[in-house]
Design a protein around this ligand. Sequence first.
Ligand code: AGP
Length: 372
Amino acid sequence: SAAEKGGYDYFMLKEIAEQPKAVADTLLGRIDEAGSLTLDEVRIPASVLREVDKVVIVACGTAYHAGMIAKYAIEHWTRIPCETELASEFRYRDPIMDPRTLVIAISQSGETMDTLMALRHAREQGAKVLAICNTNGSTIPRESDAVLYTHAGPEVAVASTKAFLTQLVACYLVALYLGQVRGTKWGDEIQSVIRELSEIGTQVEQVLETMEPVRELARTLADKNTVLFLGRHVGYPVALEGALKLKELAYMHAEGFAAGELKHGPIALIEEDLPVVVVVPSPRGRSVLHDKIVSNIQEIRARGARTIVIAERGDTTVAPYADHLIEIPATPTLLQPLVATVPLQVFACELATARGNEVDQPRNLAKSVTVE
Ligand code: AGP
């Protein structure tokens, strides 16, 4: 009903708007006054976490994209090797695990069959399983050794939005907590990232306030057949997520690529007026990454692509190559997906509406996939 949608036309719009609160709620009570993480609810003792020598993340769809981003954070802040794998592929390849392996299963619903089967397989091999889940008491947390709940509140729209942002927050919390418990050379960075993480809800709010041009742009692209998405580093999973949203909602051919892979094939797809969304990392700090993607943008633009560039506010070097510039607030590199994903959600939702599609219930899809 209209009341349930809180005045919005679709649950998806309501859930996109709820993201600042969802992010804040997921942080609530998990950072103490001294700026340290308190994850006592993760009942895996610190002594066990200190012995972990490998992290394996399993998930499907959007949750898998959160897991891909988590890999960058976990390896950087903890120096523990981490792999992220599609839950549906994981147990069929005889993966190597033992009691020092920490498996993280990410699932909004907690009922996804592929993810459940993957975690059962992991526990059979003696691995410890931590669930990151949005649904209290669902099967995946019940069958795990521990759970860190995301506090997104119920997500009704089939396309995941606020659950994704809170999965990212939970992944960062786990990565930072592992770093804190084990003590790494990134101690100072961990402290400052924890501080910046607590600001992120406000930044998501800022992004939401500037979305009208994104909606206008989406409407002008309603008759296109294809949209490509490019990113590097954590921007690569964001590109995949942008493409997935567009597939499920707009029923358009959408592909995400690692920008460095362009010349290994995908650049052949570029033709006059093809819309290409590019996620640009912050020009600060890891500027090599930034400069590389700016040259990727020049390469595709020279071949006629219509560039839709998501970049940090004040990034003047990229602006001349952007046919459409979508500005996002400055964040630490690893946290950028929390703000960079939001315009892509809005973009997909508006394109779906412009194409006359059912936003909350896309064809052929179920909210939770409880069969393999
Ligand atoms: C995302 O928009 C999807 N509808 C889908 O990919 C979803 O993320 C996936 O099915 C996993 O669901 P889960 O988080 O409930 O396990």
